[in-house]
Design a protein. Structure first.
Length: 466
């Protein structure tokens, strides 16, 4: 009677376990977006990413500061015309009209504050351009990161399913052994515990895959067509950083990093802000030229006539006392300059740290790929030995389950290390200010079905359908 209950419980649990695997497999049919590879994802991101569009509008808006500042240094011209009718309610009821026009030209001959404002605008435009370029590079990194997050999540789900199937086989063997009397209830309990854990891993991996795909769609926009995420070829050789000297990369970053260039532009802006404030002490000179014509019609008591005037005026304004306002503005601008310089110094140190860290991450990830490859091979050999020992009674079911977990964990570690190496290389190049689409084109060549996997066809790609 006890055996019957155990058998019934096992069958129900196996049915639930099979349903979990089917649900996890269906997660691989969730819609992502259409596209073929990493470059397609980048193209979609460049077209649809809201954060990049915001940066582009900010850059274009900041560019308008330059013509606005320039206009304050250029002459301005005005034209005006008028006509009036006059009717006098006197004894002769006199009536006449007056018409005329004037043309004036105003020339700002000397305004040091406006010159400083124009230089400020130049620095502001340069800073906005560097900010946009930095955002473009960040988009490339984000697109690649989300792409490989999907690959990593899909790999994790595939491995979780494979591990679950392996555990299911052990559970079946334990069930058959219990019926045949060659196994004990402990073996069955250990196998069942492993199956339960495997079920949880499959569900968690499926949820993680869905979340990764949603994050990718946040960048590339909602799509309606099929999208195939090409895997990384297993025989792809991941390169080491060139040059292999972190100091060279740091020097490159200090010269080309766009975030750092943006801080330098902010310092220039602050310096011109000081000059603009000091200009409040300086005199200003304006020159105006005016041409005026007035025509007065004749009336009963007025002969009328025409007037024509040309006037040239030079005006000098010299500030004498402003109640301390100018000195206060100068001090305020000096504080802003010191703030900009400290921010620049902080950014320099940050860029140096991030560049060195990214360089070490690249080197470390490469070493991890090599170590995890050996670990995967060793785990596979160890698992074969454990299974063989289990058949002759020298190992327990728990040993087999642990060996399988170790093997699949080694596979996960290797997969994550390979993706981490690629992302570390992109982070280093972005920190150095040299990340471009060409770098992603190189990585795109590493994607697809590898030579020894071609026989498997398109099954090696993780496919998602609407």
């Amino acid at each position: 009677m006890v055996t019957t209950d155990v058998s019934f419980t096992i069958n129900v649990q196996r049915l639930i376990f099979s349903l979990v695997l089917i649900m996890a497999a269906n997660l691989l049919s969730l819609p992502v977006a259409y596209g073929e590879d990493l470059l397609e994802v980048v193209r979609l991101a460049q077209e649809n990413d809201a954060q990049l569009q915001v940066a582009r509008q900010q850059r274009d808006g900041a560019t308008e500061q330059l013509p606005q500042s320039l206009s304050a240094l250029l002459p301005s011209a005005d034209f005006s015309a008028s006509r009036s009718e006059t009717k006098q309610h006197t004894y002769d009821r006199d009536q006449y009209a007056t018409s005329g026009y004037s043309l004036s030209l105003n020339i700002p001959a000397l305004h040091m504050d406006r010159i400083a404002s124009y230089r400020q605008a130049e620095a502001g435009v340069a800073g906005a351009e560097h900010q946009f370029l930095a955002e473009e590079q960040m988009l490339l990194l984000r697109a690649a990161t989300h792409y490989f997050d999907v690959l990593a999540a899909a790999d994790n789900l595939t491995l979780a399913q494979a591990e679950a199937k392996a555990v299911a086989r052990q559970l079946k063997l334990a069930e058959e052994g219990l019926k045949a009397g060659t196994a004990v209830i402990t073996d069955l309990q250990e196998a069942q515990a492993g199956a339960d854990a495997a079920q949880a891993q499959v569900l968690a991996a499926g949820n993680n895959l869905q979340s990764s795909m949603e994050t990718l769609m946040e960048v590339i926009g909602p799509q309606s067509k099929d999208f195939v995420v090409l895997p990384l070829k297993s025989d792809s050789i991941l390169p080491a950083p060139i040059p292999e000297d972190s100091d060279v990369w740091v020097t490159m970053a200090l010269e080309k990093n766009h975030s750092l260039a943006m801080r330098k532009a902010a310092v220039t802006q602050a310096e011109q802000g000081v000059e603009k404030s000091k200009a409040g002490h300086y005199p200003t000179v304006d020159v105006s030229v005016r041409h005026m014509v007035q025509d007065n019609e004749a009336s009963a008591i007025w002969y009328g006539g025409n007037q024509r005037n040309e006037t040239i005026t030079a005006q000098l304004n010299a500030p004498i006392f402003s109640g301390g306002m100018t000195q206060s503005r100068v001090r305020q601008a000096v504080h802003a300059l010191e703030e900009a310089r400290k921010n620049l110094e902080k950014t320099v140190r940050q860029i140096q740290r991030e560049t060195r860290n990214a360089f070490r991450d690249w080197i470390t990830s490469l070493a991890q790929v090599k170590a995890f490859t050996q670990s995967r091979d060793s785990s596979a050999s160890a698992l074969d030995s454990i299974r063989a020992s289990r058949e002759v009674g020298f190992r327990t079911m728990l040993d087999v389950l642990k060996g399988e977990r170790d093997f699949y964990q080694a596979e996960r570690n290797l997969s994550n290390a390979r993706y981490g190496t690629i992302l570390a290389s992109l982070k280093l190049k972005m920190s150095a200010g040299v990340l471009s689409v060409q770098d992603l084109e190189q990585i795109n060549g590493w994607l697809g079905t590898s030579k020894h996997e071609e026989s498997a066809g398109e099954n090696d790609a993780h496919e998602y359908h609407d």
